[in-house]
Design a protein around this ligand. Structure first.
Ligand SMILES: Nc1ncnc2c1ncn2[C@@H]1O[C@H](COP(=O)(O)OP(=O)(O)OP(=O)(O)O)[C@@H](O)[C@H]1O
Length: 250
């Protein structure tokens, strides 16, 4: 990557029929950034990710991925969905080999090792837990050495403890692989915990772009409650933080 930006979104508008979902969206994302997108249900978060990988086409504006170096936006960009989307008739390692340029078992097992599941290479997807399926899906995404990872609520269906484990794993993989990550989540706490930057979408546009700057880089402790409250106040339209936090998910 020649260093300018991983993704540059300029004046993007997207309509479904008469319904304007996104308008005048501008966003520059630098290589290696971990950015979270939050906003109420239906505000257009998934649509924005889909536009980035050409799963949808914008009505106007432009989106350039990795300085426009790649022939298609999909190249070098991998998408992780809320559900793991594994093929049930293929063993775990074959699910990974499907998308990997080097389709060997060895390469698949290496990818599984990175998510702590090398012992499941010969398992059938149906025998895995929800968290394990998402790990396989993460291994599959990473096996083709992407530069950009788009995460569309990938942890939304997991129980609380598995979710925390996955958050830690995603952060490790991001750090080790020098990825650019865009995470869509309903969970403002998760956004602040994981991301360097949190973007809020409201009524079709970006209304908040908050850098999470703490004294100690990437060490998240109670300090991040400040950022979480700032973002939640905006989302919920309240002036000050209530003494007892009553709402967490949006
Ligand atoms: N293919 C489509 N055809 C028509 N309308 C669509 C289509 N895809 C999305 N929409 C509409 O666009 C709006 C934004 O959808 P999108 O899935 O991007 O929202 P979201 O913020 O990701 O929501 P959620 O948090 O609930 O997943 C919604 O009103 C949705 O109904």
């Amino acid at each position: 990557m020649s260093g300018g930006y991983a993704i540059q979104i300029q004046n993007v508008e997207k309509k479904f029929g008469e319904h304007v979902v996104l308008q005048n969206v501008n966003l520059d994302i630098k290589p290696g950034e971990f950015i979270a997108i939050v906003g109420k249900s239906g505000c257009g978060k998934s649509t924005l990710l889909r536009l980035i990988t050409d799963l949808e086409e914008s009505d106007s504006g432009s989106i350039r991925v990795m300085d426009g170096e790649r022939e298609t936006k999909k190249e070098g960009v991998k998408f992780l969905f809320q559900e793991a989307r594994l093929l049930p008739w293929k063993k775990v390692w074959k699910n990974i080999a499907l998308v990997s340029p080097d389709q060997s078992r060895e390469a698949a097992v290496k990818a599984l090792h990175a998510v702590g599941l090398e012992d499941k290479a010969d398992a059938w997807p149906e025998t895995l837990s929800g968290g394990q399926k998402q790990r396989v899906s993460l291994a599959r995404a990473l096996s083709s050495d992407p530069k950009v990872l788009l995460l569309d609520e990938p942890l939304g269906a997991l129980d609380a403890l598995t979710r925390i484990e996955m958050q830690i794993l995603i952060e490790e993989l991001w750090r080790e692989n020098g990825l650019t990550v865009i995470l869509v989540t309903h969970d403002v706490g998760e956004a602040v915990y994981l991301a360097d930057r949190v973007v809020l979408i409201e009524e079709g546009g970006i209304t908040m772009d908050e850098r999470i700057t703490l004294g100690r880089p990437r060490e998240r402790d109670s300090d991040f409650a400040y950022f979480e409250d700032r973002i939640l106040n905006r989302v919920l339209g309240r002036d000050s933080v209530p003494e007892k936090k009553i709402e967490f998910m949006i």
